[in-house]
Design a protein. Structure first.
Length: 429
C-alpha cells in the first residue's frame, strides 16, 4: 500500500488544557511513517481471508493466527503513539463484558452464549486494530480501497463458477458467489459502494476521481443478481444521501453546477436502474409483495414480537447472548441489529451498544457543523451517510455479527478522531 504524507498543519502544539474533549485517542501524536509495513500487510491479508473462509478449508485456522499477530501489532502501534483508547472502543468492550456476565447468569444455552462472546471479542480486537491503523496512518483510504474491491471479487468468482450466468439468465435464483448466503453478497456489495464513494474524491484537493465511479454499475449488478431486498433498498438510500452530499460539498468548493449535475445524474440513473432493471428482475419479483403489504414477511415481523416478549420477561439482563434462536419458536436469530442486543442483553446492554454508534455520530455531526474545510466536511458527511445506511440495514440484519461492519466502524472512528484533532490544531496554529 502507498504511504500517505503527513498533512498536519504546522504551528503551536496544544497544551493538555487546550485538548478537545472528544473521547478520542491522541490521533495526531505519531506520523504515518512510523506505521509498520507488517501491520498493513497482516491487516489486509486477514481481511481477505475473511472473505474466503467458507470457501477454502483451513483458512479459518490460518486467519486466527494472523488475527493474533494483528492484535500484537496494533498494541505495539498504540503503545508507540502513547495515545488513549477511543470512547467507542471502550463502549464496545463494556457491551461485550456486560453480555458475558449477564449471559453466565441467565443464559439457558451456555455453549451458544460463549460462542457469541468469543465472536464478539474477536470483532472487538478487529475494531481496535482498524481504529489504530487509521489513526496511525491518518487516513482511511487503504481500508476503503479494500472495500471497493469486494464486488470485483464476488463478481469474478460468480462468473468463473457459472452462478452469474444462471442468475442473469432469467432464472429465479439468488447468486451466493464466495459466501453461502445471497444476502451477504448484497451487503458486501453495499460495503463496496461505501469504498467507491470514499475514493471517488481526492484527499488533498477534493477533485472527483472518475475511475471509481465506473465501479458503480458492477456493484448494482452484483446486488441485483443476489436478489437481496434489504441490500437493494439500503443501496438506494445511500445513493440518495451520497448525491445530496455531493451537491453540498460542490457548493462549498465553488463547483456548484458541476455538483448539481452529478447529483441529478446519480438520481436519474437510480430511477432508470429501478424501473428498467430492478423491477424486471428476480429481486423485483421479491420486492413487489412487500410494497403492497409491509407485513407480508410474517417471519421477520414475528421475530420482533418474540423479541419484545423476551425483553419484557427480562428487561435488565435479557435472555443471554446467543440464546435468541434457542428461545424463539422459529429457531432463528433476531434478524435485527436492534432486537438482537435488546432481547439478549437487556436495556443496559442495548444502551451500551447503541452508544457506540451515537458517540461516533455525535462527533461526526460536530465536525460537519463546525469545520469549513471541504475535505473534512466531505469525509464527515460521508461517514454520517454510511452510519445512517448501516442503521437502516440493521432493521433486517444483525450488523454486530458481521466483522466487516466493525471494519467500517473502526475506519470511521479512527478517521473522525484524526479529522477532529487536525482541525483543532489548525485553529490554534
Amino acid at each position: 500500500m502507498p504511504s500517505y504524507p503527513d498533512q498536519r498543519p504546522t504551528g503551536l502544539a496544544l497544551s493538555p488544557l487546550e485538548q478537545p474533549e472528544s473521547g478520542c485517542a491522541d490521533a495526531d501524536s505519531n506520523p504515518s511513517s512510523t506505521v509498520s509495513r507488517w501491520f498493513e500487510f497482516v491487516l489486509f491479508t486477514f481481511l481477505a481471508g475473511l472473505l474466503v473462509t467458507e470457501l477454502v478449508p483451513g483458512v479459518e485456522v490460518y486467519n486466527r493466527l494472523l488475527g493474533m499477530v494483528l492484535v500484537l501489532l496494533a498494541v505495539a502501534s498504540f503503545l508507540r503513539r502513547r495515545g488513549r483508547l477511543a470512547t467507542e472502543v471502550l463502549l464496545a468492550g463494556a457491551f461485550i463484558a456486560w453480555g458475558a456476565v449477564t449471559g453466565m447468569l441467565v443464559a439457558v444455552d451456555q455453549h451458544a452464549m460463549l460462542l457469541y462472546v468469543r465472536l464478539l471479542v474477536q470483532e472487538l480486537a478487529l475494531f481496535f486494530a482498524i481504529t489504530e491503523y487509521v489513526m496511525a496512518r491518518r487516513s482511511a483510504r487503504g481500508v476503503f480501497i479494500f472495500l471497493s474491491l469486494l464486488p470485483f471479487a464476488l463478481a469474478a468468482y460468480a462468473r468463473s463458477t457459472g452462478q452469474w450466468q444462471i442468475a442473469a439468465g432469467g432464472e429465479q435464483v439468488q447468486m451466493s458467489s464466495l459466501v453461502s448466503n445471497p444476502n451477504s453478497v448484497g451487503i458486501l456489495s453495499l460495503y463496496g459502494l461505501f469504498g467507491v464513494a470514499y475514493i471517488s474524491r481526492r484527499e488533498r484537493d477534493m477533485r472527483p476521481v472518475i475511475l471509481p465511479l465506473l465501479f458503480v454499475p458492477l456493484v448494482l449488478a452484483v446486488v441485483v443478481l443476489s436478489a437481496s431486498r434489504k441490500s437493494l433498498l439500503t443501496i438506494t438510500l445511500f445513493s440518495a444521501l451520497w448525491a445530496y452530499l455531493t451537491v453540498q460539498v460542490g457548493r462549498a468548493t465553488g463547483r456548484r453546477m458541476r455538483a448539481v449535475f452529478l447529483g441529478v445524474a446519480m438520481l436519474i440513473s437510480s430511477y432508470y436502474v429501478w424501473t428498467a432493471v430492478v423491477l424486471q428482475s428476480y429481486v423485483g419479483t421479491r420486492l413487489r409483495p412487500a410494497f403492497h403489504n409491509p407485513r407480508i414477511d410474517n417471519q421477520r415481523y414475528g421475530l420482533y414480537i418474540e423479541g419484545w416478549g423476551f425483553l419484557m420477561a427480562n428487561p435488565v439482563t435479557g435472555i443471554g447472548l446467543g440464546n435468541f434462536a434457542r428461545a424463539s419458536a422459529l429457531k432463528v436469530y433476531a434478524h435485527s441489529d436492534y432486537m438482537e442486543p435488546l432481547a439478549t442483553t437487556g436495556v443496559v446492554g442495548f444502551i451500551l451498544y447503541m452508544s457506540i454508534l451515537l458517540c461516533l455520530l455525535w462527533r461526526l455531526i460536530r465536525i460537519w457543523r463546525t469545520q469549513s474545510d471541504p475535505n473534512t466536511r466531505y469525509r464527515a458527511g460521508l461517514y454520517i451517510a454510511i452510519l445512517a445506511t448501516l442503521m437502516a440495514l440493521g432493521l433486517g440484519v444483525p450488523n454486530l455479527l458481521n466483522p466487516y461492519y466493525w471494519v467500517i466502524l473502526g475506519a470511521a472512528v479512527g478517521h473522525s478522531c484524526v479529522l477532529e484533532a487536525t482541525e483543532t490544531r489548525a485553529q490554534y496554529a
